[in-house]
Design a protein around this ligand. Structure first.
Ligand code: V1D
Ligand code: CA
Length: 424
């Protein structure tokens, strides 16, 4: 907190981001980050943000999560040489969803630097909140690109936060399941992942309510599967109790919030019916806990709505009121015919009944009741104060220091395969 009592909000932006192109007809447009930045500037929000310029991440930093082979491949592949790499393109799932384009590796380095650098700022207590709208690429796997994502900056930022923080919470309000982040931490109790997403014949197909983690991580993966038409009222009714319970039971000391804007009404790939206020209400609720938070972007495919959403959320994070009438900006013509910040929702049916929402919420609250309480978060008379949290070594404190280790080196298998990183 600053001397004035306001949160110190840091912000990452690199103008190069908007120059990368996934290709003709591809829905992912890095340009939306430049549009967001331009709106942030023209609303005058930029003046209240501390802009940071992190060091560009190295190959070694990327291999804290990703395999050497995969990072080497991303560094090598170009549109000109790709015909020589057909076997590797298939092996690393680089193709239609995740195409090869000019500057691909530099693009991944840029957005990832924003997230890792942001996590380092939180660790150093240089900021209370850090924003990187170019980050949040939650589908990338250890050795595989997936769903427009190549390097998983969310996982790498969480690994950075684990150097200092014993428990990190990852929250994902993108309409797609945050599968890459869940998979990376599926077997540990030091990271809790919680994703809200459309489920059933929808990419990536994972994120059932019954998928709750394994081994020490059992109960630390939380999934809220949803149907088409999710609206503001229902979203708030499921988001607040679940996140409130996580805060009470898991008591994270740092949070990563992925704010994919494809959960907004009218998204080109999405099927929810959230307004900016409904989406931002999640941001506001997370902020209300006062825990150091890294706020990331993610999906979002209706080009005019993504800058609206992320600019509004920047204002919410700054506690600044901004007017509905859009200021003149470089992309003004995109926002016609109304030229307003807030956009209307639709009259589509909400296929998430009250009964479904309540029953699923109760299932998740029960899962959370079953995880071991964190010492100091329970009422004295309950006698739980000296209980060792599940999967946590009671002498773990030293390991949490800035040594690259995170004190939980017994993960195994494909899910949660972070053994190498733990050993460093
Ligand atoms: F419509 C397209 C046009 C060109 C290329 C891809 C697409 C497209 C639309 N939806 N691809 C998808 C999804 N992929 C599939 C594939 C078919 N299968 C064999 C897989 O359905 C991928 C959707 C990715 C969503 C990414 C994200 O919004 O979650 C995101 N998060 O951070 C960044 C992006
Ligand atoms: Ca999600």
């Amino acid at each position: 907190m600053s001397a004035s009592g306001k949160k110190r909000v840091s912000y990452f932006y690199d103008a190069e981001i908007g120059n990368y192109h996934y290709g003709q007809g591809h829905p992912m447009k890095p340009h939306r980050v430049r549009m967001t930045h331009n709106l942030v500037v023209n609303y005058g929000l930029y003046r209240n943000l501390e802009v940071y310029r992190p060091k560009l991440v190295s190959h070694t930093n990327l291999t804290r999560f990703h395999s050497d082979d995969y990072v080497n491949f991303l560094r090598t592949i170009t549109p000109d040489n790709m015909t020589e790499f057909s076997r590797q393109l298939a092996r690393f799932n680089v193709g239609e969803d995740c195409p090869v384009f000019d500057g691909l590796f530099e693009f991944t380095q840029l957005y990832t630097s924003g997230s890792i650098g942001g996590a380092a700022r939180l660790n150093a207590n240089q900021s209370d909140i850090v924003i990187n709208w170019s980050g949040g690429l939650h589908h990338a796997k250890k050795a595989e690109a997936s769903g427009f994502c190549y390097i998983n900056d969310c996982v790498l930022a969480i690994l950075e936060l684990l150097k200092k923080h014993q428990r990190v919470l990852y929250i994902d309000i993108d309409i797609h399941h945050g599968d890459g982040v869940e998979e990376a931490f599926y077997a540990t109790s030091r990271v809790m992942t919680c994703s809200f997403h459309k489920f059933g014949e929808y990419f990536p197909g994972t994120g059932d309510v019954l998928d709750i983690g394994i081994d020490k991580g059992k109960g630390y993966s939380i999934n809220f599967p949803l149907n088409d038409g999710m609206d503001d009222e229902s979203f708030e009714k499921v988001f607040r109790p679940v996140i409130g319970k996580i805060m009470e039971r898991f008591a994270p000391t740092a949070i990563v919030l992925q704010c994919g804007a494809d959960s907004l009404s009218g998204d080109r790939l999405g099927c929810f019916n959230l307004s900016l206020k409904g989406h931002a209400s999640c941001v506001s609720y997370v902020k209300s806990f006062g825990v150091p938070t890294l706020v990331l972007g993610g999906g979002g495919y209706t080009l005019r709505n993504v800058p609206r959403c992320w600019t509004y959320e920047t204002s919410v994070l700054l506690d600044a009121e901004i007017k509905d009438c859009l200021p003149y900006n470089d992309y003004y013509e995109y926002f016609g015919p109304d030229y307003r910040l807030h956009m209307p929702t639709s009259n589509m049916t909400n296929l998430n009944s009250q009964k479904y929402c309540e029953e699923t919420t109760i299932k998740l609250l029960n899962i959370l009741d079953d995880i071991e309480a964190v010492p100091g978060t329970q009422i004295e008379s309950g006698g739980l104060n000296n209980v060792t949290p599940k999967g946590m070594d009671i002498d773990d404190d030293d390991k949490g220091a800035d040594d690259g280790g995170n004190g939980d080196d017994k993960r195994e298998g494909k899910k949660g395969d972070l053994k190498t990183e733990m050993a460093k």
